[in-house]
Ligand binder design. Structure first.
Ligand SMILES: [Zn+2]
Length: 384
């Protein structure tokens, strides 16, 4: 028996796909290698050979079109020249996303594991998920002025168990406590629920780096630095997800059915930036957060936003009065917000930090001060 033409065609398609993925990996590996050898004060060597406009170097230095730039007191990493072009990054991301989109999201994740390790059904699935995380870091590093591809890769983020509307992975990093993790308070900390709030994502990477350098082992931290990567990365950044839904109005709060659509139409005059979705928890990103709440069972949730320059709080009493320069100023309750759902309905303390600017990071002193104030409040109210 000879293989049919159809079989040969399929075989050729598979072969082409594998070659594409191999090329993509080569791109990535060459990018990482470059990153590791370029020192902060080097003049920014280039590995590009073409002269086309799309071969323009992406630099961690200030870019006029990037609102997350021009930060006072920024660290040296901003001056590293990233040797991955924007075109390479987005091509790689597209190839890897297309591959990962065919995989099931949920049941491959071992929710019981305190180390948040992926427990895949096959090595191929595991590898694909990890490559989708690498592709995400390439996109993030090329988008944010304060987080380079190397900064992102350095965190060893892992697949968090779900993909977004555009099949990007929602990624996490766990920092385990000393001793029996089940006896220590669990803190779920999230950035970028609104995709155009750049600083809320960048600050996650600063705090993860701080935590990695510290000896703090008293809490089980779960970082989700970018809950809405499609909003950040699909062209110009937007608040909503790829379905045009404001994720912070899509949580299944008790009042969603009665009030979410009504509030949107009447109070916001149908502002598309506040669209709560067609039904509660309609969006995969919100479903993921709800699942985190059900399985990780956080004792405290921290959600970072911008740019209202204040501290909001929902849930059981004794909110912090201030965190860094953010002072407590209760904003009230919105149908479908995380604070409403998790804080008021479920009784989990929800700290909402609104940074002063979506595009300009707090300086390093403030980043540290906010972290220390948060820790102090946690020790006061939630130490086991
Ligand atoms: Zn926001």
């Amino acid at each position: 028996m000879y293989p049919s033409n159809r079989t040969i065609d399929e075989w050729l398609v598979t072969l082409n796909k594998r070659i594409l993925v191999a090329i993509a990996l080569l791109f990535l590996i060459s990018g990482c290698t470059q990153l590791s050898v370029i020192s902060d004060d080097s003049p920014g060597p280039s590995n590009t050979t073409g002269s086309a406009a799309d071969q323009q170097q992406v630099s961690g230095a200030v870019r006029p079109s990037d609102p997350d730039a021009g930060l006072p007191g920024e660290n040296q990493s901003r001056d590293i020249t990233v040797a991955v072009t924007e075109k390479e990054g987005s091509e790689l991301a597209t190839i890897l996303r297309d591959e990962s989109s065919v995989l099931p999201a949920r049941d491959s994740y071992d929710w019981e594991s305190t180390t948040a390790k992926v427990s895949p059904r096959s090595d191929i699935e595991n590898e694909t998920q990890q490559r989708s995380v690498l592709a995400l870091c390439t996109e993030i590093g090329n988008k944010l002025g304060s987080v380079s591809v190397a900064d992102c890769l350095a965190q060893n983020l892992v697949f968090g168990g779900a993909f977004t509307v555009q099949s990007r992975p929602i990624v996490i990093k766990d920092f385990l406590p000393e001793g029996d993790a089940s006896e220590k308070p669990r803190i779920l900390i999230m950035g970028g629920i609104h995709g155009d709030e750049y600083s809320s994502i960048s600050i996650m990477f600063k705090w993860m780096a701080l935590l990695a350098d510290s000896n703090n082992k008293d809490f089980h931290w779960r970082f989700a630095p970018t809950v809405n990567p499609d909003g950040l990365l699909d062209g110009q950044a937007i608040r909503q997800n790829a379905n045009g839904v404001d994720l912070n109005r899509n949580f299944p709060s008790d009042d969603w059915q009665d009030l979410a659509q009504y509030y949107w139409k009447n109070t916001t005059s149908g502002n598309p930036r506040r669209f709560p979705g067609d039904f509660p928890a309609s969006e995969p990103e919100v479903q993921w957060v709800v699942e985190q709440i059900n399985t990780f069972k956080p004792d405290v949730i921290v959600s970072v936003h911008a740019p209202y320059h204040l501290l909001d709080y929902d849930g059981p009493p004794e909110p912090p009065q201030k965190i860094g320069e953010l002072h407590l100023h209760l904003l009230g309750v919105y149908p479908g917000s995380l604070g409403n759902y998790a804080g008021i309905n479920l009784g989990i303390p929800v700290i909402t930090m609104e940074l002063p600017s979506a595009g300009i990071m707090p300086n390093n002193d403030q980043i540290l001060k906010m972290w220390n104030d948060l820790l102090e409040w946690l020790y006061e109210h939630h130490e086991s």
